[in-house]
Design a protein around this ligand. Sequence first.
Ligand code: PRP
Length: 181
Amino acid sequence: MMHDDIERVLISEEELRARVQALGKEISADYVGKEPILISVLRGSYIFMADLTRAIDCYCTVDFMAVSSYGSGTVSSGQVNIIKDLSDSIEGKDVIVVEDILDSGNTLHYLFQLLDARHPASIRLATLLDKPSRRTKPVQANYVGFTVPDAFVVGYGLDYDERYRNLPYIGVLKPCVYEHP
Ligand code: PRP
């Protein structure tokens, strides 16, 4: 069973729900009178994006971008590939980039440079998880769900080798799963 690969639950379904609701309220208050475009960085952010957008009660639009930097390993390769670009222009728009995890900062550092060049009115970052201990690039999130320790976390969109995204909580993966695949 999938759950047997989990060492411990780090963030429960209830904690996730409460925190995402609070982030939605905060964003709604910050963007009164505006109409932000939320950009989900696939694939990891799809569940957070779905829950966060439903917790926002001002007008907003959504778009999707797919990038990959990890391959099937557990350490970032440093190479960012754009797999799917945005469908619409962000020029003059208030952009909120939605991520599942901010780790080394490599992906977001690259992405922010790319999006900045398209001249949005503003650009902010909402990340469900922040692992500041691993940061190698100067990236800071405006909205953070949870600050997490340097453990291998999966679930609620986050994967290991494309598995575990469908776990309804954030769990720490048993080392034996990635040490002896
Ligand atoms: C994860 C996550 C971020 C990135 C963060 O994506 O969604 O995009 O890694 O790591 P960094 O701060 O070290 O750059 P991943 O490449 O695992 O793809 P996925 O979203 O499809 O799971």
